[in-house]
Design a protein around this ligand. Structure first.
Ligand code: GLC
Length: 701
């Protein structure tokens, strides 16, 4: 059952697209209490809405998507306020996304007895105090302006997620090649450099499907331009790469460079498509191109205009993009930069005391991403002038929407790869996300794992982290271990920052191990694609916490470093340096495949319970549930080379196992399950039966 409560006069985020199951609807006027199950209502002095509910000692909070800390969000205060913050450390409250859906699960010993989901549908800042201020209280606070609360009750954790996902619409579908391995780095300067990257992968037998182009491919960081000197005859180069089965994926930034003669700038200015200041002049910020204006993607006409610009690259053969800096990131706001400069140059450093010094330093360090600067920006939403502060969390979502709506117009029959840095619930229908500027830290492998179920709950199925770490210097073992998790994430991209240690797989000594791990990904591709598509088309999750699959298991909710991947597999990656294994909890008996490569592995059956499992640096642990199967291919140098007509089955048969394999052409847009399913069954004697859409030749592994 879904109940809807409208507080004040919220902006319509268009996150919710299907209200079929919404049973009741109540309007709560500012200052009024309203009657809500579970929550008490208070209005703050600034018009904020404060909802509080008591939690039992053992209640768990799942969800909230892209955020720091564990799978259980309890004990910290999270804030949805899309932020360009490259330090994903524990004390952070907000990263790049606004993923305002969580489930409070108190249906376990010591719990409150309640289980319900909450979606805080808001365009502005919302905080989720999950027992930080008072360990037994959960408080949701939406900043002034009103918001809509959806309360989802009844059912298991998975059913509540499904109800939420039906409310907010189907997840974005990428093309199948986007499940291949991608190599990226900020700083690939020329076409020759890209050729070299491809050559080194191919020569080393390291499978690869895409190379990402960061801001360096553009002319002075201007969106929709290509630097002709560094990338001469770009359409020909795109074609040459395609002949090698490589997709080039360029970045698009939110800010449009202010430069006379640059058509994106001139058109935007002429038509009034940029965000403005209160006095009506264009809002000017500073990002990579220098001074920029921001396209007003919240305005329908401007959104269409900006989206149509993607055509310039589509027409040159490009089939995928990543949208960046769309919180939007503000290195500075022009007016404030001048104010800061005046203040700093007026400071008398000779007579400055230590507090004066800190003020001086704070002024310099506090120039970027200031709330006061966002408050100076305005949108034109259907003729209404709306302060950016009120709709901040929609910007990245609507930039992605601009692109996706354009793809629908320009390439109606093709899936185009699109993922974004900033997002909000709703954006999951238009693209995937990557989780931004992480670091080459061991703790960030675990963070990557812990974010995945929360992202999936919120509809972001196509997602992944910068493997190997974006900031800081990576190490060979870190990259290997990270890839051992990364081979399971739909977006599998190695990306790093300018001036960090190069981290392409061919840079390190253990070439055979890198080759094997990447080949294993291509082996897993039929299973991952099938499980991804089924999750997307059924409003389900690809990555689930153990407790979602084993609701009766008392220990499963405590497991914070293992995940269920699809319906058959469980993973337990190693995320500590120099570890030669790890503790693993099995809620039931499972079969462990310890892969060294697609052709070399140990297999053992482990009973339910706690185990210390060895995992050398070149070994990947894959656990198969009883009476389950997972198809593996024989690998391939790129996704299109994976032969799905010949499969090997990971299996743990006790009585009989049936696997429903989904497959399609990999690019058709409007797909359905029916007609694309093949049923593979294996009985106790090992006999295999295949029925349905395709007839792959299967053998047991
Ligand atoms: C941002 C992005 C990062 C990119 C860099 C340069 O920091 O998050 O991925 O490499 O900008 O474009």
């Amino acid at each position: 059952m879904v109940q809807k409560f409208v507080f004040g006069q919220p902006v319509d985020t268009e996150a919710v697209v299907n209200t079929r199951n919404v049973k009741t609807q109540e309007y709560i006027k500012p200052g009024k209490e309203g009657k809500l199950p579970h929550f008490s209502v208070k209005w703050g002095e600034k018009g904020e809405i404060i909802l509080s509910c008591r939690m039992g000692g053992a209640d768990i909070v799942y969800g909230l998507g892209e955020n720091v800390r564990g799978i259980n969000k309890r004990g910290w205060l999270y804030e949805s306020n899309c932020s360009d913050d490259p330090n994903h450390s524990e004390e952070k409250r907000s990263l790049y996304g606004a993923h305002n859906f969580f489930i409070l699960d108190g249906q376990r010993a010591g719990g409150s007895g309640h289980r319900f989901g909450v979606f805080a549908d808001a365009a502005q800042k919302v905080t989720f105090d999950c027992g930080y201020t008072d360990s037994e209280e959960l408080t949701v606070t939406a900043a002034e302006g009103g918001f809509v609360l959806y309360l989802l009750e009844d059912g298991s954790l998975r059913e509540i997620v499904k109800d939420f996902r039906q409310l907010t619409g189907p997840s974005y579908l990428p093309p199948r090649w986007a499940f291949g391995y991608g190599q990226s780095r900020w700083g690939y300067q020329t076409a020759d450099e890209v050729r070299e990257i491809v050559r080194r992968h191919r020569e080393g037998g390291l499978p690869l499907d895409s190379v990402y182009l960061d801001i360096d491919y553009m002319e002075r960081y201007k969106d929709f331009t290509v630097d002709e000197e560094k990338f001469p005859d770009f359409p020909e180069f795109v074609k040459e790469m395609k002949a090698e089965h490589i997709h080039l994926v360029p970045i698009i930034d939110a800010g449009v460079k202010i430069e006379e003669g640059y058509p994106v700038y001139e058109e935007g200015l002429k038509n009034g498509y940029f965000c403005r200041r209160e006095d009506g002049r264009e809002f000017t910020g500073g990002v990579w191109p220098g001074r920029v204006h921001f396209p007003d993607v919240l305005n329908e006409e401007a959104r269409k205009w900006f989206g149509d610009w993607y055509r310039v690259l589509l027409d040159q053969g490009i089939e995928g993009f990543w949208n960046d800096m769309n919180e939007p990131a503000l290195f500075y706001e022009e007016e404030h930069l001048k104010e800061a400069q005046r203040k700093l140059s007026g400071a008398d450093v000779d007579s400055m005391d230590i507090w004066g010094f800190f003020d001086f330093k704070g002024t310099a360090l506090g120039i970027a991403n200031r709330p006061e600067d966002y408050a100076r920006m305005y949108h034109d939403m259907d003729g209404r002038k709306v302060c950016h502060e009120r709709v901040h969390n929609l910007y990245g979502y609507y930039m992605t929407r601009a692109a996706a709506e354009a793809f629908e117009r320009l390439r109606p029959d093709r899936r185009i790869l699109m993922f974004s840095r900033s997002s909000c619930v709703g954006a999951h229908r238009y693209g995937g996300i990557w989780t931004g500027d992480n670091q080459s830290w061991w703790s960030h492998i675990l963070l990557n794992l812990q974010m995945l179920p929360g992202l999936n709950m919120c509809g972001f199925l196509y997602c992944g982290a910068d493997l190997g770490g974006f900031g800081s210097n990576t190490s060979e073992d870190l990259l290997l271990r990270w890839l051992e998790l990364g081979i399971f994430t739909p977006l599998m991209r190695n990306h790093s920052a300018l001036d960090t240690r190069p981290q392409e797989a061919y840079r390190f000594g253990r070439q055979e191990d890198f080759r094997n791990i990447l080949r294993l990904r291509y082996g897993l591709l039929p299973y991952l694609y099938s499980e991804f598509m089924k999750a997307a088309l059924n409003d389900g999750m690809l990555f689930q916490p153990l407790s979602f699959v084993y609701p009766e298991d008392g220990f499963a909710p405590r497991v914070e470093d293992q995940l269920m991947v699809g319906e058959s597999l469980m993973i337990a990656p190693v995320y500590r340096q120099n570890a030669e294994g790890r503790y693993v909890y099995l809620p039931e008996e499972m079969k462990l495949y310890r892969f060294r490569s697609l052709d070399s592995m140990d297999v053992e059956i482990l009973p339910a319970g706690h185990h210390y499992v060895n995992a050398a640096l070149n070994e990947v642990l894959v656990f198969v549930r009883p009476d389950h199967l997972a198809p593996l291919s024989y690998g391939g140098e790129y996704a299109a080379a994976v032969d799905s007509s010949r499969l090997q089955l990971l299996h743990f048969i006790k009585t009989e196992a049936v696997y429903e394999l989904y497959d399609d052409d990999g690019y058709t847009k409007h797909v359905e399950l029916e007609g694309n399913m093949t049923k593979i069954s294996v009985d106790q004697t090992g006999d295999i039966t295949v029925k349905g859409a395709r007839q792959p030749d299967c053998r047991l592994l």
